[in-house]
Design a protein around this ligand. Structure first.
Ligand code: ADP
Ligand code: MG
Length: 269
C-alpha cells in the first residue's frame, strides 16, 4: 500500500450521499470485500439504522446485541461490537433500528459530533491491525453522517447515473466544507464513483460527462455497471465477490479498490 497520504492506523472513509438507493451500501460491502481480497484488513461500520450492510454481510438480527449504537453511546468492549464476516479480513460493526434514536439522544451530548471519531481511535482498536475502515452512512445529512465525516479521513460519494444526480451533490459538498471548517480540517474527498452505470443508456453517458466536467479528477475512472449480481448478492448474505467472483460487478469493485489504493485523496470539494 503505497498511498503517501495514508495516515498511520487505518484509513477511515465515509461512504456518503444523502440520497437513498444510490449504491452506498452496495459500494461499502463490495469495496470492503475487494480491499480484503487484495490483502487489506477492513472494518465496515454500519451507520444506517436500516442495517442493510449488516444483513448483506450475514449478521442476522439476533446476532446484533452490540451494535454501532453501543459503540457510540456506551462503553462496550470492542470484542463485543466487532464481528467477523464469512470473508477473510472483513469485519463489521452491525446496526439495528436502535440507531435511529441516537440522532436525537445525542443532541444534548457535548461531544455529539465526535463520538464515532473517539470510538474508532481508542487504543483497543490497534489489536485489529486494520488498513481501512469504511463507514456506511444513512441517507441523510444528519448527526450520524456528521459523526462519520468528523471521524473520517475522506468521503467517498456514490453517484447514481440518473437524471438530477448532480443536484444533491452541492448540499453534500457544503456539509463537507462545514465539517472541515469546524471539526475536521483535514477531511478530503476520496472521490465520486458512478454507480448503476449502463453503457447502452445515453442518460448514463450524459451524467458521466456532466460529472467529469464539473468535478474533474474527483470522479473515479472506474464506473460500477448496473449488474443484477450486485443486487442478488445481499440475499445470499455475501459480497458479490463471493457470490459471483467473475461477474462484472465483482470486477468493477476490484478495479475501484485498486484505484482507491493508488489514490491520493483529493482535497477539493
Ligand atoms: P443506498 O445504500 O445508497 O441506499 P444501495 O446500495 O442499498 O443504496 O442500493 C439500492 C438498490 O440498488 C439495492 O437494491 C441494490 O441491490 C441495488 N444496486 C446498487 N448498485 C447496483 C448496481 N450497480 N447494479 C444493480 N443493482 C444495484
Ligand atoms: Mg444503504
Amino acid at each position: 500500500m503505497s498511498d503517501p497520504t495514508r495516515p498511520r492506523g487505518p484509513k477511515i472513509i465515509a461512504v456518503a450521499n444523502q440520497k437513498g438507493g444510490v449504491g452506498k451500501t452496495t459500494t461499502t460491502i463490495n469495496l470492503g470485500a475487494a480491499l480484503a481480497e487484495s490483502g487489506a484488513r477492513v472494518l465496515i461500520v454500519d451507520l444506517d439504522p436500516q442495517g442493510n450492510a449488516s444483513t448483506g454481510l450475514g449478521i442476522e438480527a439476533d446476532k446484533r446485541e452490540f451494535t454501532t449504537y453501543e459503540l457510540l453511546l456506551e462503553e462496550n468492549d470492542l470484542k463485543d461490537v466487532i464481528q467477523k464476516t464469512s470473508t477473510e479480513n472483513l469485519m463489521i460493526i452491525p446496526a439495528t433500528v436502535d440507531l435511529s434514536s441516537a440522532d436525537i439522544e445525542l443532541i444534548s451530548n457535548e461531544k455529539r459530533s465526535f463520538l464515532l471519531h473517539d470510538a474508532l481511535r481508542q487504543h483497543a482498536m490497534d489489536q485489529y491491525k486494520l488498513d481501512y475502515i469504511l463507514i456506511d452512512c444513512p441517507p441523510s445529512l444528519n448527526l450520524l453522517t456528521v459523526n462519520a465525516m468528523v471521524a473520517a479521513h475522506s468521503v467517498l460519494v456514490p453517484l447514481q447515473s440518473e437524471f438530477f444526480a448532480l443536484e444533491g451533490l452541492s448540499q453534500l459538498m457544503l456539509t463537507v466544507r462545514e465539517v472541515r471548517q469546524t471539526a475536521n480540517p483535514k477531511l478530503r474527498i476520496e472521490g465520486v464513483v458512478l454507480t448503476m452505470f449502463d453503457t447502452r443508456n445515453n442518460l448514463s453517458s450524459q451524467v458521466e460527462q456532466d460529472a467529469r466536467e464539473n468535478l474533474g479528477d474527483l470522479v473515479f475512472n472506474t464506473r460500477i455497471p448496473r449488474n443484477v449480481r450486485l443486487s442478488e448478492a445481499p440475499s445470499y448474505a455475501v459480497s458479490v465477490l463471493s457470490y459471483d467472483s467473475g461477474s462484472k460487478g465483482a470486477e468493477a469493485y476490484r478495479d475501484l479498490a485498486q484505484e482507491l489504493i493508488a489514490n491520493q485523496s483529493r482535497i477539493a470539494a
